[in-house]
Design a protein around this ligand. Structure first.
Ligand code: ZN
Length: 166
């Protein structure tokens, strides 16, 4: 088990567009395993590569492990190919913004295509917390934080609370 340091806002690496993962090498497998270990230890339900300082399009998630059996998912080069018009607003935490949450509107249901660690392309329809989690993590791969999805006044309020909590 190998834990990696979680990058905290306002580190520049959280604002970068990440580059696609090419061949799935031992380095990529090691990164994914370290990210899962780091996510479970945090404890969190999702973690994107830039949050451990690697600017690659890869995230890990396990939306409901706190309620049941762990079911880790490693998503390489994920894309949302469809989303519902229906949205939901929920209070989202982020391991890179500890101590605060943001009310972010997200699509209620999404269809995601990604490559798994065996190089197999997967597709799934996600709803509920898994859908929110996937959208949150893909945002990280595009250099977007929850606070980037807020109106200016809400963003200022969240950052003030974050600074106060540090
Ligand atoms: Zn996050």
């Amino acid at each position: 088990m190998s834990l990696r340091e979680i990058v905290l806002w306002p580190d520049d690496r959280l604002s970068q567009m990440c580059t696609p993962v090419g061949e799935i090498t031992e380095d990529v497998r090691g990164l994914a395993q370290d990210m899962l270990d780091t996510m479970y230890a945090a404890p969190g339900r999702g973690l994107a590569a830039p949050q451990v300082g690697v600017l690659a399009r890869l995230f890990v998630m396990d939306p409901s492990w706190k309620e049941g059996t762990p079911a880790p998912v490693v998503c390489i080069n994920p894309n949302l190919v469809w989303h519902s018009d229906a949205t939901v607003v929920s209070s989202e935490g982020c391991l890179s913004l500890p101590g605060v949450t943001a009310d972010v509107p997200r699509a209620e249901t999404v269809r995601m295509v990604w490559t798994d660690l065996d190089g197999v392309v997967q597709e799934a329809e996600l709803t509920g917390f898994a859908a929110l989690c996937a959208q949150h993590e893909i945002d990280h791969l595009d250099g977007l934080m929850t606070l980037d999805r807020l109106a200016d006044a809400d963003r200022d309020r969240l950052l003030a609370a974050y600074e106060a909590a540090r």
